[in-house]
Structure formats: C-alpha cells, structure tokens
Write a protein that binds this ligand. Structure first.
Ligand SMILES: *Cc1c(COP(=O)(O)O)cnc(C)c1O
Length: 358
C-alpha cells in the first residue's frame, strides 16, 4: 500500500473550494478508511477538526499530539470517559436515550459540548424531528452541558437527482424552524458528507464532514475522481511473479471459470483476497500491469490473481497496480459489486505500507 501523503492536502483544498465558508471536519474513522488514521491526521493537518468513532481512536490522536477538536460520530463511552471529554476537546454525537441517561451523571462543571443527531430520513442513528425539541430541552436542563450543535446525514447524496435529498433538506428546515420557535439555537449545523459536498455545496451549513473525497475517491456514482479534481491517496501495488504462454482452451484458476479462447500469455500477480483484493472481482476487472490496463481472468485466489497480457511486454517483477493512480478504486469496486470504501478498508495486515510525499 503506497500512501501519497501530499494528496491529502490537495483533496482538502478541493473541499475548501467547493465549500469555502464551512469548517471542515475531516472524517478519519476506520483507520482513516484503511489508509492509516495517524497518516491521515498528519496529511490533513490543515483541517479544522476531525471525526472518529471510538474513544480509543480519540485517545490515540491525542497521544500523537493532535490537538484539534474531535467529534465521536458513533462511539460507546462511559461516564468517566465523557467527564474527560471537555478537557480533551472531544465532542460526542448524542443519538440515543441511553446516552442522555449517562449525561445526567456528568458533574455540573463538565463544560461538555455535544452534537445532537437528527434523523431526517437516513433511518440510522438519531432522534426524529418530533423528539428533537424535548431532547434538546432535556440537554439544556443538564448543568454539565455547554454548547449543543446539530448534525444530520443524507442517505442518497451519491445520487444528487434523487428526490430523497430534497425531502431530507425539507425535514431539516422544518426542524430548524421549530427549534427557532422554541428558542433553541444550535451552535453549529452540519449536514454534508463527501457526496453531499459535491452535489449540494450550497447546503454546506457551518461544518462539512468529508471522508471519502479526502482520500481522493469520487463519492458520486458515475463521476470520476479525476473529473472532480481529486487525487487518489492510496495505490495498492504488487508485482508479477510468473508469466506463462498457454494454449487456447486452457482453463484458468479454481473452478476453471475462465477458458482462453485463443493462445495467450497469462501473468500471475502476487495478490489475492488474503491481501484484501476482493474475491468477487470477476474476469474482466481491470488491473494495471507495467503501465497496461489488462483484464483479470479466472477466480481470485488467496495469494494470486491471473491477468491476460496477450502480446504485451510484461515480465516477472513488473509492477502491478491493483487500484490507485491510473486504475481508479471506484472502478475496481464497481466491477466487484462493492464500493471503494470497502476495498480501502479491507487491505490486510500482511500488506506493507510505504509513504511518499510528492
Ligand atoms: C462516515 C461519515 C461521514 C463521511 O462520509 P463520506 O461519505 O466518507 O464523506 C460523514 N458523516 C457521518 C455521520 C459519517 O458516518
């Protein structure tokens, strides 16, 4: 796994171009989408704040000297954890009655800032618009709570033409108007993830929450990262370990799911699902070998994949890019019937990490 650390700051600048007035909360959960959380935090040091999903991650970031505001999007925490949050500049997202019970135990001087999560149609975490005024009143009655911000999440932002987006914006606006009538103001409002920033920049509110696009991956179906001015941070690379000339009719790999329909040359690459290459990638999935885009053939094994190189000048030792620069992870993911998030998060322990800055 090659990490082009300088691509992080390039992608962050793209976010700022799209949403110039908003604070940028860089989402580095899931080990920075598999890129390495600490690397992501370093590469994105110009972000205004960061978001993770566990107290452990927050503590690890503090241990490396990162002092910016941290949001816990969906973490489990204890009373003693939460009592220390203000001092550590950590803001939890509150989305459940259980958490409210826990916040009651906070000391009066806890000075905790929180986000309230409003479900405007995602159908995941959060309180409904009906519940929100009461929940807010309950928070306001707790002496340990200082500022309350409001967050919601879009379910269909990767399809900007989906009418669901407008329904969610409408639900949000109604909730905000109701809040105003109740004299409940929110410190900050945050709505957009990467797909939202690309599709609905005019709704950027106070704080945007990009994840995917900071890693140089397009959040929008059918739009390339290149077209959005994003640079991939991760390149997943290996090399050719064998080249064979095989006659027409040869069956390739487990189950013989692919048969050569002419004489050809097959290159075997040291990579498989044991490294995090998707086992369900079908024959035809694009692999970049020595600068040539060639098709995967046959089933993905644990340690080996096969590609049809025909007459191309390919030899043992040649560099192979499974995804990354010049072989977009979005396309590999689409071929394998999944999304880029799952691929970058799925690279396994045994794959070494190399950092470059260019
Ligand atoms: C993961 C996450 C994000 C970032 O989403 P991307 O699609 O990666 O930009 C933003 N907000 C919340 C609540 C999330 O869980």
């Amino acid at each position: 796994m090659e990490i082009n650390r300088s691509a992080f700051s390039h992608n962050l600048r793209r976010v700022r171009e799209l949403a110039p007035a908003a604070q940028v909360m860089a989402v580095i959960k899931a080990n920075g989408y598999g890129h390495g959380m600490q690397l992501a935090a370093q590469g994105l040091e110009q972000a205004d704040e960061f978001a993770v999903t566990s107290v452990q991650d927050a503590n690890a970031l503090r241990a490396m000297g990162m002092t910016k505001s941290l949001t816990l999007l969906s973490a489990t925490f204890s009373v003693s954890d939460v009592t220390g949050f203000a001092e550590k500049n950590i803001r939890p997202v509150i989305y459940d009655y259980d958490q409210l019970g826990l916040l009651k135990e906070l000391p009066a001087n806890a000075d905790l800032n929180v986000w309230l999560k409003l479900d405007t149609g995602m159908g995941r975490l959060g309180f409904s618009a009906q519940e929100l005024p009461t929940i807010r009143a309950r928070l306001d009655a707790l002496p340990g709570i200082s500022q309350v911000s409001l967050m919601t999440h879009l379910a269909n932002a990767d399809q900007p033409e989906s009418p669901v987006n407008q329904l969610q914006f409408d639900a949000l606006n109604e909730a905000l108007e109701a809040a105003k009538r109740n004299d409940q103001t929110y410190q900050q409002l945050s709505v957009l993830n990467s797909a939202g920033i690309v599709g609905f920049a005019e709704q950027a509110a106070d704080t945007v929450r990009p994840g995917l696009m900071l890693y140089g991956i397009s959040p929008q179906q059918g739009v390339s990262a290149h077209a959005l001015g994003l640079k991939p941070v991760m390149s997943f690379k290996s090399h050719v370990i064998s080249v064979r000339s095989l006659p027409s009719g040869s069956r390739i790999g487990y189950g013989g799911t692919y048969t050569l329909d002419g004489d050809s040359r097959i290159a075997y690459v040291a990579c498989g699902y044991g490294d995090g290459y998707p086992r369900h990638a079908p024959s035809g999935t694009t692999v970049l070998v020595n600068g040539f885009l060639v098709p995967l053939v046959g089933r993905v094994s644990m340690d080996i994949i096969a590609v049809d190189i025909g007459e191309l000048p390919v030899q043992v030792g040649d560099v192979v890019t499974l995804w990354g620069e010049d072989n977009p992870v979005e396309e590999v993911a689409a071929a394998a019937g999944t999304i880029a998030y799952e691929l970058t998060c799925g690279i396994t322990e045994r794959v070494s990490r190399v950092i470059r800055d260019e």
